[in-house]
Design a protein around this ligand. Structure first.
Ligand SMILES: [Zn+2]
Length: 58
């Protein structure tokens, strides 16, 4: 499940599969679904990431 995190004093959402953080919950969910299904990230989704992964797992 997407994790709620606070970076730069703003609510963010983290994909638990790859650790990328998004400002939009919808995008984070899309990333997580994609990561889980394909065991890889989608560039079209990850380019919308707001923050780099905290624990690199890609
Ligand atoms: Zn992901």
């Amino acid at each position: 499940m997407v994790k709620r995190v606070y970076i730069c004093e703003q609510e963010d959402y983290m994909c638990e599969e790859c650790g990328l953080v998004y400002h939009s919950l919808e995008t984070a969910l899309r990333c997580e679904n994609y990561c889980r299904k394909h065991n890889a990230c989608s560039l079209t989704i990850t380019k919308n990431a707001a923050h780099a992964p905290q624990a690199p797992a890609i």
